[in-house]
Design a protein around this ligand. Structure first.
Ligand code: FES
Length: 363
């Protein structure tokens, strides 16, 4: 395909192993085993190819990326290439020694997820006793090491009432940025949707609180906001458009336009062992399948927003309508919109939600 812009960032999923068991985990339901993880030299080659392709940032993620003993070496390699490195971490094992090593390697930024503002709820959602206290201590260490910190507040029906405390907590921890991200319902999140989804009224209140907090904390804390778009009039611009700005690489080396792309069964995604990233980014049929606007259905073609939301999320269209080429069913113009809304409202209205189905770490 001609006129393809270079990617901005690579999400490097170094491993699917993780001490946490969050029921909304963005990893696929079928995770890569430890034995299938790529070795250090292959990851270095991949980072070099990403830089040569035009990427400017690498987000080291997982699973939990600090479980890889070569994380420092990979950050160092990214730094030598001129890539901006961000660590996305559960942080329950983020020691002083590890932070010293990563900072010396050139790490620029750390993002820590919080499942609540106090241990009871946070530990229950993450499925890890003591997670909250460990994360809070790790956040203090990140600031002590003078690294930029983002807190990621993952919002669902169990912690939605804690949002005002999340603002206070992020400011007190001296985070530069707080991402208030409602759970996205793919993979594990979809499996646990009835246990997690808040009501429309709760989401509206979240939106109001975020808008107020942006004024109250202006100049102190940048607040990003991701809604569960089942309740929105228009879909989100997922990944800023399919294969437009971002791509993922799985622990075993599969190259994907988004973390959930493997849920689209008719697409075959290549691996870094089969082709160069340049070739994959520009020419792979799965990357070109939903790139740009030519593939869009008629309602999206004639929509003024088509180059703003890029027809929303392909994985959501797949999950909720059975066809990834349908318009995102959360859009008010979709014939599926009422079904999606009814489903969400019925699940959110349950007085007693089902138990979590926790993800388990692969061996
Ligand atoms: Fe795959 Fe939105 S998560 S396109």
């Amino acid at each position: 395909m001609t006129g393809v812009e270079p990617p901005l960032a690579l999400l490097a999923e170094l491993t699917h192993r993780c001490p946490l068991r969050c029921p909304y985990c963005s990893n696929p339901l079928e995770m890569d085993a430890r034995a299938d993880e790529m070795d250090t030299e292959t990851w270095k080659r991949v980072l070099s190819e990403a830089k040569a392709l035009g990427a400017m940032q690498v987000h080291f993620s997982g699973g939990e990326p600090t479980t890889r003993p070569d994380l420092g070496e990979l950050v160092s390699h990214a730094t030598s290439l001129g890539l901006y490195s961000n660590l996305i971490t559960a942080a329950v094992a983020l020691t002083d020694a590890k932070l010293t090593e990563l900072k010396e390697a050139g790490l620029a930024h750390v993002q820590i997820s919080f499942q609540g503002t106090e241990p009871d709820i946070a530990d229950r959602i993450s499925g890890f006793d003591g997670a909250f206290v460990r994360k809070r201590e790790a956040a203090e260490r990140v600031i002590a090491h003078r690294l930029a910190l983002t807190l990621n507040a993952v919002i669902n029906r169990h912690n939605v009432e804690q949002l005002p405390v999340f603002f206070e907590m992020a400011a007190a921890m001296k985070a530069r940025r707080l991402e208030v991200a409602h759970v996205q319902y793919y993979g594990w999140g979809l499996k646990n949707r009835a246990a997690l989804i808040p009501t429309q009224a709760q989401v509206q209140e979240t939106t109001r609180l975020v808008e107020q907090a942006r004024e109250d904390y202006a100049g102190q804390l940048v607040i990003d906001y991701v809604v569960p778009d089942y309740y929105s009039r228009r879909p989100k611009s997922c990944m800023n458009g399919w294969a437009r700005r971002f791509f993922n690489i799985t622990p075993a080396g599969k190259v994907l336009p988004c973390h959930a792309a493997e849920s689209i069964p008719h697409l075959n995604f290549p691996t870094v062992h089969q082709a160069s990233l340049r070739d994959i980014w520009h020419n792979d049929p799965a990357f070109n399948a939903y790139r740009g606007t030519d593939w869009m259905p008629e309602t999206c073609q004639s929509c003024d927003n088509k180059k703003i939301d890029w027809a929303g999320c392909r994985c959501q269209a797949m999950a909720l309508t059975g066809d990834a080429a349908n318009m995102d069913p959360v859009c008010e113009k979709s014939p599926f919109k009422d079904l999606v809304l009814d489903l969400a409202e019925q699940e959110a209205a349950r007085e007693t939600p089902p138990d979590f189905i926790y993800r388990e770490s692969p061996r």
